[in-house]
Design a protein around this ligand. Structure first.
Ligand code: G1P
Length: 312
């Protein structure tokens, strides 16, 4: 039986998860294993997203996959034989681990035939939404935004201010060229416990000198359904791809209200080894089973490394 969420869904029924990328930064692993199935300790990134989406009240994950990446969907399938074997051997905790993804949420596949960009990927999800779903929730599985709960705050802002709401994170000026960057202004009034700003504009991966701020988009979007119409009207942008950022910028220019919730917690980037490894160290250190031994091992590795590199 599917677990029902305690959270109010704020109308979020479907969460769109773009997962069609080639995972080039993880080759050779991603020759056969989709990046989204690489584990953080023992749980694939896509299952962490499924849990976050379920917590935000969603019932359905619309996973955008490339034609050759259908293994992602298998993760949400039934593994009756495996569960029966594990149960026979008394491994009930493992049975629960196997069944968790399926119990969290219904996953449906949307195939993006060609890698034409994040904007195009999100556009592919239109048919997966019910006709009366007026909000398009998007979670990028590369981004872990911790602790969970960003979407709930964003939904609260959308309930009060309308329009679309994104999640912003402050990075260093040297890092902005990797992200969609916001041009923001303060708003009157406040939300309890978190900061909200109005977005005047948004630009995809600008050079450091051209960036309007150091507040960047981190993988959580709560967009008005009008985004599908905007996505049909944009032309290829950064990298020759159809960019979600450009559709949001077009909506802003046309008077659509867009706000950001500034995330003050932690964030891991699972999209490349330099972010994936720290995520595993962080989750590992906090893991009841592996944490203590991992802590000792990491300290020893660091001491050895420092001895080899006295200049540090
Ligand atoms: C995408 C978006 C970018 C956003 C980033 C967050 O870029 O295009 O605006 O800031 O995700 O992780 P990507 O990392 O897919 O190149």
């Amino acid at each position: 039986m599917r677990a029902t969420s305690q959270a109010s869904s704020h109308g979020i029924r479907t969460v769109v998860v773009p997962a069609a990328g080639m995972g080039t930064r993880f080759l050779p692993a991603t020759k056969t294993v989709p990046k989204e199935l690489l584990p953080v300790i023992d749980t694939p990134g896509i299952e962490l997203i499924a849990a976050e989406a379920a917590q935000a009240g969603a019932q359905r994950l619309a996973i955008i996959t490339a034609p050759e990446k259908q293994e992602i969907m298998r993760h949400f399938g039934n593994f009756d034989e495996l569960c029966a074997t594990l149960a026979e051997r008394g491994k009930t905790t493992q049975v629960e681990k196997v069944q968790r993804a399926t119990n969290l949420i219904e996953a449906v596949s949307v195939v993006q035939e060609k890698p034409l960009g994040l904007g195009h990927a999100v556009g592919c999800a239109e048919a997966a939404l019910d006709d009366d779903e007026d909000v398009v929730a998007v979670m990028l599985p590369d981004d872990l935004v911790l602790p969970n709960g960003a979407m709930e705050k964003m939904a609260q802002v959308r309930d009060e201010l309308g329009g679309s709401v994104l999640c912003a994170y402050n990075v260093t000026p040297e890092e902005v060229f990797n992200y969609g960057v916001f041009d923001v202004e303060e708003i009157d009034g406040h939300f309890d416990g978190f900061s909200v700003k109005r977005v005047r504009g948004m630009v995809e991966k600008p050079a450091q000198e051209e960036a309007p701020s150091t507040l960047v988009a981190v993988g959580r979007y709560l967009l008005d359904r009008a985004v599908f119409d905007a996505l049909r009207r944009i032309t290829p942008g950064k990298g020759g791809e159809l960019q979600l950022t450009d559709a949001i910028e077009l909506m802003i220019q046309e008077g659509h209200p867009v706000h950001v919730v500034v995330h003050e917690g932690k964030r891991h980037d699972l999209g490349n080894p330099a972010g994936y490894i720290p995520a595993n160290v962080d989750f590992g250190l906090h893991d009841k089973t592996y944490g203590p031994a991992l802590y000792t091992a990491i300290k020893a590795i660091i001491s050895e490394y420092e001895a080899e590199n006295p200049q540090l």
